[in-house]
Design a protein around this ligand. Structure first.
Ligand code: SF4
Ligand code: SF4
Length: 88
């Protein structure tokens, strides 16, 4: 089952998680905790809904409503090393 958090649209499904740690690595706000290959959501209240974790999760274990336009796109560019989008 998905865990729902009151302060963010972030949803994490641990049954789909393979423990790769990408979400832990890319999250700019240390929302996730990593203990070996076990990932937990430690600070959901810190989530800024940038979408980086969802974009980088290979198993679709994370969903987040990252509908904040340019901010999300720029974050994606930052974490993937791709050129920054043109905004405005
Ligand atoms: S949406 Fe961004 S801030 Fe929120 S958990 Fe994912 S990577 Fe972290
Ligand atoms: S990126 Fe996805 S599969 Fe990898 S640890 Fe995070 S939730 Fe699990």
């Amino acid at each position: 089952m998905f865990n729902a958090y009151q302060t963010t649209t972030l949803q994490f499904n641990p049954t789909e998680c393979n423990g790769c740690g990408m979400c832990y690595t890319v999250c700019p706000h240390a929302v996730f905790n990593r203990n070996g290959r076990t990932i937990t959501v430690a600070h959901a209240e810190n989530c800024m809904e940038c979408g980086a974790c969802q974009l980088n999760c290979p198993t679709n274990a994370i969903t987040v409503d990252s509908g904040v336009g340019c901010a999300a796109a720029m974050m994606y560019a930052a974490v993937t090393g791709k050129r920054e989008p043109v905004c405005g």
